[in-house]
Ligand binder design. Sequence first.
Ligand SMILES: NC(=O)c1ccc[n+]([C@@H]2O[C@H](COP(=O)([O-])OP(=O)(O)OC[C@H]3O[C@@H](n4cnc5c(N)ncnc54)[C@H](O)[C@@H]3O)[C@@H](O)[C@H]2O)c1
Length: 424
Amino acid sequence: MSGDETGYCFDTVFAVPPTATSVVVAPGAVRDLGALMSTRIAGRHAVIISDEAVFGLHGPVLQTNLDTHGFKTDVIVIPPGEEAKTAVVLEMLWQRLSDLGTQRSSVIISFGGGSTSDVAGLAAGTYMRGLDSVTVPTTFLAQVDAALGAKTAINFSNYKNLIGVYKAPLFVLADTELLSTLPKAAFMSGVAEVAKAALLKGGSFLEWLCAQAQELVARRSPEALREAVRRAVEFKLAVVETDPLDEGHRFILNYGHSLGHALEAVLPSGSLSHGQAVVEGMRFAAQCAPEGLAALQDHLFSRLGLEPSLMMTADASRKTDTEPSRKTDAEPSHEADAEHKPDSEPAGGHDPAQATPQIRIDDAFIKALVAAMLHDKKNRGSEQSLVVLDAPGSPRLLTLTVPELTRALSRFLQMSADTKALQE
Ligand SMILES: NC(=O)c1ccc[n+]([C@@H]2O[C@H](COP(=O)([O-])OP(=O)(O)OC[C@H]3O[C@@H](n4cnc5c(N)ncnc54)[C@H](O)[C@@H]3O)[C@@H](O)[C@H]2O)c1
């Protein structure tokens, strides 16, 4: 596949399964899907798997385009968000694929955010031992992260992403125009992932993001969106290529996610968006890094509108229920994938800014966070592996014992409380 003057294109080859995935990043690319598929796919039966909200907004354009290029299309609609990542939905997909007479020459098109690509990718990876698939991510987070790297999953037995396979689609088509309908909270989760990638990469990516923060966040300008996705894709593919099965270097993509996932697991559902939780996780990691990193990172976050969102208080009367509300991810690592908490947000996403949690710092809360962080299988015994940055572009793994982690968390939460007190 080659790029054109309006778009960008990257090719990468995954070691497993033996197939190449190309990623196209271009505004309006959905209108080229039929043409792209015609040249790459012999069969003419396409099954679109999409969530009901996304298909309502953008489905007709996609379907019409495929019709025009001679594809017979069927549509399977799944619930929006985490509700789609269940064994029940997966079984429903297998049943519907069977009812539709899906064959080995058929192609599955995943059309939605990371939840859709996770379950649709798993269906594509397992039905008839694997069908060709194409991913069209419709959230910012999915375009810069979830749709890349070939991981698929559903949640099971109260664990995030417990069941899944590696399944690389034939190509990923990231149409940045689709992001125009994305609600703010969902958009900001993508911004947090772009910030993570820029900090891990450093150099010109970080400089560009700092300079273009307004264009990207306040204006969602088409050029800034395309460039943000292009740079984030380039970064993630480079990491994944070195470690496709997540056995080593890919762990750096976990930056901000160790504490981020623990906060999502421990706080009441919907208290923080995934993006807010990851930002807190990156702020915590920066506190464990050499001096100067935190100030630089805070400057970037402030330019991007990624403000601190944990409101700590010593006032017991405002304490939230901080009992862990679910087990954390079975699969540890992760890119942002690992572990959003299943919840029941309305389509388009709950806006956590409306319900910033007031949390009392006490031993029970810190203990719950430590337990959630240690749950990660990548941790050895009772030690916590944390990705920290020595400087932008220089990530490394820091190993903390439980007492060290507990002290670091107490310091971080106290600092958040002090910041809040200063603001009041
Ligand atoms: N496999 C991976 O590598 C990987 C990486 C990161 C995250 N993930 C997974 O991704 C999931 C989260 O995905 P997500 O944040 O992309 O969102 P999502 O798929 O959960 O969707 C969130 C909401 O946004 C709506 N939406 C999607 N596109 C829209 C659009 N263009 N306009 C308006 N509304 C739209 C959906 O209907 C839904 O209500 C989690 O389950 C996480 O585990 C996987």
